[in-house]
Write a new protein. Sequence first.
Length: 154
Amino acid sequence: MSTSPQPIRYAHTNLIAHDWQRLADFYCRVFACEPVSSERDHHGPQTDALTGMPGARIRGRHLRLPGHGERGPTIEIFTYDETLPLLPTALNRPGFAHLAFEVPDVATKRAEILALGGKDVGQLVTLDIPGAGRLTLIYMADPEGNIVELQRWH
């Protein structure tokens, strides 16, 4: 008897932070993410082989994203002992651009992010999208410059 392969399932997105604990606290406070499993402290020959970086040491934790239940995807926030300089925050850089969160009140959540060290990337706008509805949104940066989109469908 053969077993059928497991279906594909999105697991997590990784953010590299200068201070993983501060950034994890930000996502828990602002977006109701929840710590999952134990804190991670990866180092040694297998970590070196996996990363291609001899002597790498990586610390951090997974945070469960809100709204998807116990098996929902996570944000994996890690800090390497040696990190590269932070690139400027930019929406048009090739690669991953932002994380998006649906929130009940965009203006209130924006103020909370600003109070915790985040910043505006653009301005708050409301769009009428034919066939989809009315959407209020803004792009912001978390305290380490990662872009987050706040959105509310009306």
